[in-house]
Write a protein that binds this ligand. Structure first.
Ligand code: ADP
Ligand code: MG
Length: 717
């Protein structure tokens, strides 16, 4: 998750007020930033498990681990009236113990109230425990599921056993948490309990009018209610306590973005000459005219670059919408004014492909460029760096590492970042720290819903390429059960005979590139047995040179089927490719499917996309794949995907780059997001450095949701 960072666990020195920097975390939050192991009962072993479960190593992370259900133990019938199969809390007197004689027998404890008797049943009992906690003659409280067994009433392994005076603490609504192997609900409850005990009272950061209108509780109360849901409605996302905390989270997100945006813009950008002679030259060299959307986006970019503000703009454009040429024309603005431009791609292949696409265009304008990727080493790398440092290279095309490495530009004016969805706010901040007032254009091929644009790119202005270049033929999308894959292969053979080029994407195995690879290799072997040398394989673990070689062969048509894992190159452009086959399509996010499908239908020929699935499909999977068949509009697809799946996983697993929300759910809290955005932008207009009373309170909020990079930004900005 790109937006999380290792916990900041204050070393003792920071408790010394004299040594604490202004702008660092308020003391009052220290307790929440302790490591989990600071809680009683949590050691290194269960601490590690707990950390995995709650997605973080700190006490604070525990607060956000919200219950997903609850058990109502307030139901306290008499034994006679206790319905079988229901959870009940009973007050009974212990009559007699029946210890088991053999290991595989249960230990029984016979209890009664004034209405009936009940057996408490224990397998593999701890005798001492039972004798101590269920002494004969005592009144006890037991809570658990009541059952009828051979006409006798029994309770197997009560969930809770206590003395009479424990009634109030047992007969409650008990939250049920998401768990993991090795961590019981009881353990989570205990840890949460300790955390809630020490919860600080924080200054209120909400707008009073909003808080009153929504009837939201104070922060502390909201957290307590989150973990002690007062029944069914306590799990509803609109339950005031949940809604408030969701709003807090969204506000932290929007505030941080508004701050970044404010301070970015405040830094003076340079004024570039736009739309000059170089641009004319390149436009003349293009074999097409720009689409309306391209022209509009360029006009927006020109307005930013021609003004003394710093550009921070997102160019959203579906696959094939023509972002590359917009990038090139943008870079010319900087070069026309005598400075340099950089174009960064997420992978080496894409960087090289950009270079190849742009080579003739840049040559037509007499522009010198270099490419720089991880592959350049030693002397040749030094030579490239030298050209960048001297300004001899006017454009540098490379991977994202361009900005992580210590690469010195003579005078970088604009940076274009391609395929942004693997690139979080944090990295954008790093990047803008790199050059003084560098204009930034981020391009994303992942159409994302409006709400998600707000949460992830709220710091940027947005241009949309919502019109495809002319002459695209629609891609025919077919759903094919894997059982029918054989028939499809015969079809392929015919298509290949007439020169078709085919992508074959292998299943996504979550979080494991290794298994992706195994699946791809297996498919490759099968296809190779059938089609021989016409099949190539490319995957993330290959050496760069080998990858390039396979890609080159596919581009030139020496091979006709390219088997690939999804880790590779969603951006590759081979216009001759007309068939896309995606195995286990049901495992992919719609956005990913859409992107993959966008690899075909780029040339003049009719294209097809086969979505192979393993039957039977769930209703949800049917509906999702159905959407793929109905439309090619990426923005529409992403909105539908959000609707169907919720915000958690719209962009697929690893690469989303979206801020992970712990409490907010954009499908439920979309309205709150809008309010948070307006709230944040008004705030930053009035109090950009968060020094007013509400501003100071809001600093707590930024730390709570670990948006404190924004606070750091206040200081360094
Ligand atoms: P993206 O990066 O947005 O996925 P590309 O920039 O790779 O798309 O463009 C896809 C293809 O469309 C390229 O072959 C490009 O030359 C072509 N193209 C771009 N703009 C136009 C246009 N205005 N008219 C016709 N073809 C275009
Ligand atoms: Mg592209």
């Amino acid at each position: 998750m790109p937006n999380t960072r290792p916990a900041e666990i204050a070393p003792d020195a920071t408790h010394d007020p004299a040594r604490r920097m202004p702008g660092t975390r308020p003391f009052i939050l220290d307790g929440l930033f302790r490591p989990l192991t600071a809680l009683p009962g949590i050691g290194p072993r269960n601490g590690a498990l707990m950390e995995k479960l709650i997605l973080g190593p700190k006490v604070l992370d525990l607060l956000w681990h919200k219950p997903s259900d609850f058990i109502d133990r307030r139901f306290s019938p008499t034994v006679k009236d206790a319905p079988s199969g229901k959870i009940a809390t009973l007050t009974v007197t212990v009559m007699k113990h029946f210890p088991n004689e053999r290991k595989n027998q249960p230990y029984r404890v016979w209890c009664t109230d004034e209405t009936a008797g009940i057996n408490l049943v224990f397998f593999n009992p701890h005798r001492d425990y039972l004798e101590k906690n269920l002494p004969v003659g005592a009144k006890v409280i037991v809570s658990g599921t009541v059952e009828n067994f051979n006409d006798k009433i029994q309770m197997v392994h009560p969930d809770a056993i206590g003395a009479e005076e424990d009634y109030d603490s047992i007969a409650t609504i008990e939250p049920v948490y998401p768990l993991t192997a090795g961590i019981t609900n009881r353990a989570v409850r205990k840890a949460v309990g300790h955390t809630l005990e020490g919860l600080p009272d924080l200054p209120e950061w909400l707008d009073p009018a909003l808080k009153t209108r929504e009837q939201w509780p104070a922060w502390k109360e909201a957290v307590q209610l989150l973990h002690n849901p007062p029944g069914e409605n306590g799990l509803n996302p609109n339950f005031p306590a949940r809604a408030r905390l969701a709003y807090d989270e969204l506000l932290a997100n929007q505030l941080a973005l508004a701050m970044v945006r404010h301070h970015q813009r405040k830094r003076h950008g340079r004024v570039f000459k736009t739309g000059g002679a170089l641009r004319d030259q390149m436009l003349k060299a293009l074999p097409f005219t720009l689409t309306g959307a391209q022209k509009r986006s360029l006009a927006e970019i020109d307005a930013d670059m021609g003004a003394p503000i710093r550009m921070l703009r997102l160019l959203q454009g579906d696959v094939g919408s023509g972002k590359t040429v917009v990038a090139a024309l943008t870079m010319l603005n900087a070069i026309e004014s005598g400075s340099q431009a950089a174009l960064m791609a997420p992978t080496e292949i894409l960087a090289r492909q950009h270079a190849e696409t742009l080579r003739p265009l840049l040559a037509a304008c007499g522009i010198r460029f270099v490419t720089l990727t991880g592959r350049d080493k030693g002397k040749s790398r030094d030579a490239i760096l030298q050209q960048i440092a001297s300004g001899e290279a006017q454009i540098v095309i490379g991977t994202h590492s361009l900005f992580q490495d210590s690469i010195a530009f003579a005078d970088l004016g604009v940076a274009v970042i391609d395929e942004q969805h693997r690139f979080g706010v944090q990295q954008r901040l790093m990047l803008s720290a790199k050059g003084k007032g560098v204009d930034i254009l981020v391009m994303t091929a992942t159409p994302i819903p409006r709400t998600l644009t707000m949460t992830s790119y709220g710091d940027m202005d947005v241009s949309r390429l919502d019109e495809k270049p002319p002459g695209r033929k629609p891609v025919d999308t077919l759903l094919v059960s894997t059982e029918k894959a054989e028939d499809m292969m015969s079809g392929l053979a015919r298509q290949m005979a007439s020169g078709a080029r085919i992508y074959w994407v292998c299943p996504l195995v979550e979080e494991s590139e290794f298994m992706d690879l195994a699946a791809a290799e297996e498919r490759y072997d099968i296809l190779k047995a059938r089609f021989g040398d016409q099949v190539g394989l490319v995957h993330g673990k290959m050496k760069a040179a080998d990858k390039d070689e396979v890609m080159r062969k596919f581009t030139t048509g020496e091979i006709s089927i390219l088997v690939a894992t999804t880790v590779i190159e969603v951006g590759v452009n081979v216009p001759e490719a007309t068939i896309m086959i995606i195995e286990h399509a049901e495992r992919f996010g719609l956005a990913q499917l859409h992107q993959l499908r966008g690899r075909v239908g780029r040339g003049g020929d009719k294209s097809y996309c086969f979505l192979l699935y393993v039957a039977p499909l769930s209703e949800m999977a049917k509906e999702r794949l159905g959407i793929m068949r109905e439309t090619e509009d990426g923005f529409l697809i992403s909105e539908k995907d959000l609707e169907l799946r919720g915000s958690g996983d719209v962009l697929g697993t690893k690469q989303s780059g979206l801020p992970p929300f712990r409490l907010a759910d954009l499908t439920a809290h979309g309205g709150l997001l809008e309010i948070a955005r307006d709230d944040a932008s008004l705030l930053i207009e009035k109090d950009p450095d968060l020094t007013g009373e509400r501003g100071k309170a809001l600093r707590h909020l930024l730390y709570l949701f670990e948006r404190d990079q924004a606070v750091q930004y206040l200081r360094s900005g």
